[in-house]
Design a protein around this ligand. Structure first.
Ligand SMILES: [Zn+2]
Length: 289
């Protein structure tokens, strides 16, 4: 909890930089057939962040960074932090360690080439760092990542490590700081802050969750995508459960995000992590137990 007169806790604002068709389980080979809307979506997101005076961390898909380095550079020049989000949005549990090492190092290099400096942050596509894929942690360390935001501390049909810590911690002895997805409980059910949760739950409920986390002395983190604030993006049919969450209440996302960012204190993930580390050492956690 903030002490009286102490500055408010700075929460982390994060954006997964991917186009509307890249997070809906369409194979990478088909991506060229979809209407590209990343430039307008990203421009809208940058405007919204600028209007609310918010610096954010953008987890960038390597496939996009290779094709649109000027866009990634523009985001960095606007004061935001650039991090990696895999190459082709493959889930960790559907690829081998060898494929992850090759594709993630390619994605990291593409982001670094775009901005001309090193990238230290990582988020797994679909938060797919689960108990089945803990082998990936050593690869993240090997590639030089120092912070990660890939663990959902609960159960979800696609991801999650139930029982894992909700606050920040060190991933074993790798030195990597894990900033898990922020969750709070509604009637014994855990929900997250960001993505479909942000569009499904009324804003006052998300804000209540954020304040609850801050009252526990911890920063919260929100994650959003450019396509969520682009409600006119094309409609395609795919797996119904994923389709329902992808298209639900898109029109609410931009005004809600604007209100959330203007009413609470947000910054980049690195800054939010630095604030926590300045207050004391982080626990070291081994997730396979
Ligand atoms: Zn993603």
């Amino acid at each position: 909890m903030s002490l009286p007169g102490a500055p408010p806790i700075r929460n982390a604002a994060t954006v997964d930089l991917e186009d509307w068709y890249q997070g809906i389980e369409q194979p990478c080979e088909c991506w060229g057939g979809f209407e590209e809307r990343i430039h307008s979506g990203a421009a809208h997101m940058l405007d919204l962040l600028a209007a609310t005076g918010t610096r954010a961390t953008f987890f960038v898909l390597g496939w996009l960074a290779e094709r649109h380095p000027a866009l990634v550079r523009r985001i960095a020049e606007a004061g935001h932090e650039i991090a990696a989000h895999g190459y082709d949005h493959a889930k960790f549990y559907e690829i081998t360690p060898g494929v992850l090492r090759a594709t993630l190092s390619r994605a990291k290099r593409a982001a670094e080439d775009a901005i001309g400096k090193a990238v230290y942050g990582h988020r797994a596509p679909y938060f797919s760092l689960t108990r089945r894929t803990l082998w990936a942690v050593d690869i993240l360390a090997e590639l030089g990542f120092t912070f990660d935001s890939s663990v959902y501390p609960g159960a979800n049909w696609r991801y999650g490590i139930p029982g894992s810590p909700e606050g920040l911690y060190l991933l074993g002895d790798t030195g990597i700081v894990e900033f898990p997805v922020s969750v709070f409980s509604i009637k014994l059910r855990k929900v997250g802050i960001g993505g479909a949760y942000f569009r499904i739950l009324p804003l006052r409920v998300t804000e209540w969750g954020l304040r609850t986390i801050n009252r526990q002395g911890r920063p919260a983190m929100i994650y959003v995508h450019p396509w969520e604030i682009d409600p006119s993006h094309p409609f395609v049919r795919f797996r119904w459960k994923a389709m329902a969450t992808h298209y639900f209440n898109l029109r609410a996302a931009a005004p809600r995000l604007r209100r959330l960012l203007s009413r609470h204190c947000f910054t980049t993930m690195s800054d939010a992590i630095a604030d926590v580390r300045a207050r004391g050492p982080l626990p070291r956690v081994t997730l396979d137990q």
